[in-house]
Design a protein around this ligand. Structure first.
Ligand SMILES: NC(=O)C1=CN([C@@H]2O[C@H](COP(=O)(O)OP(=O)(O)OC[C@H]3O[C@@H](n4cnc5c(N)ncnc54)[C@H](O)[C@@H]3O)[C@@H](O)[C@H]2O)C=CC1
Ligand SMILES: O=C(O)[C@@H]1CCC=N1
Length: 265
């Protein structure tokens, strides 16, 4: 039995708990501050009332609070960090470098970063992992295997994680914004809300599965859809020659800037 402990019971922790809950050999325990005790209990896992109690039980502790709460959490863990230094720490915080995490939590501890997204709840997540020299190959492999349970995962040099966080961590919100626009346009053109929603979601899901299950690149798939007629190309050209990439680039830059401002340093 592997025990995974969570510090914080917000959106990201809940999504990970749900994803790993399908594995019987994983026991999960969470520290939920008062306001989230009820939510955490409803997840059906063990809830404890201090971060130290999570640490005492866990083989791996997931830091899932906001970066600004790191120092408070580190203080609450002061004693247990010394008593049980073999615990593996995985930070899902968007900010906070491995160097900074070591400075706050302890130089000799094993710490990894995992930049993930809420789709891990359905095991369709994407997680970018980063390690430093203190994490040996077998521990890296074990952590990667755990995140593989929650979707796809890759290892990155740490400096790439800010891009991964903006594209994958924040990505579900960006894709949802695209679906929302798709729906809105359908409604403006006379479809009902339901019709517009089904078309938007089925087209998004179908296209995603098509590109996942075939070797087609995005351009090749677009060309297939375009090849059958003349009208699709008019809209596709409008999108690709228009501002779509610029808008997305602006969204990603704004996200990366905000993450840097909220860093723990
Ligand atoms: N929500 C998302 O899609 C993603 C979030 N993240 C990262 O995950 C972390 C958590 O984000 P969310 O779950 O969205 O935030 P959230 O606000 O939903 O949850 C934060 C949790 O931390 C708890 N908390 C507050 N003060 C605490 C303290 N002193 N000690 C322990 N816990 C404390 C809160 O009560 C709450 O349970 C953030 O650092 C964020 O950067 C990363 C990728 C995606
Ligand atoms: O919004 C946030 O701060 C976090 C970081 C990545 C996704 N969500």
């Amino acid at each position: 039995m592997l025990t995974i402990g969570f510090i914080g019971a917000g959106q990201m922790a809940q999504a990970m708990v749900k994803g790993w809950q399908k594995r019987e050999e994983i026991h999960q325990v969470v520290y939920a501050p008062t306001a989230e005790k009820q939510v955490a209990s409803e997840l059906g896992i063990q809830v404890v009332d201090t971060p130290a109690k999570v640490w005492e039980q866990a083989d791996m502790v997931v830091l899932a609070m906001k970066p600004q709460d790191l120092q408070t959490v580190a203080d609450e863990l002061r004693l247990v960090r010394m008593q049980k230094p073999e615990v593996i720490i995985v930070s899902v915080l968007a900010g906070g470098t491995l160097k900074e995490l070591h400075q706050v939590l302890g130089e000799r501890l094993v710490i990894a970063r995992a930049v993930s997204n809420i789709n891990v709840a359905l095991r369709y997540g994407y997680t970018g992992l980063a390690f430093d020299q203190y994490v040996d190959a077998s521990t890296r492999g074990a952590i990667a295997m755990l995140f593989l349970e929650l979707g796809k995962t890759d290892e990155y040099p740490e400096q790439k994680l800010s891009v991964v966080s903006a594209l994958a961590g924040s990505g579900p919100a960006f894709v949802a914004a695209f679906v929302k626009s798709y729906q809105a346009v359908g409604q403006q053109l006379g479809l009902t809300e339901d019709q517009a929603q089904v078309i938007a979601l089925q087209t998004l899901t179908g296209t995603g599965i098509n590109m996942t299950e075939t070797p087609l690149s995005a351009t090749q798939l677009a060309n297939l859809a375009i090849a059958a007629g003349v009208s699709t190309n008019a809209g596709y050209s409008y999108l690709t020659q228009g501002q779509l990439e610029e808008v997305l680039s602006g969204a990603v830059s704004a996200t990366m800037d905000k993450n840097e401002q909220g860093d723990i340093s």
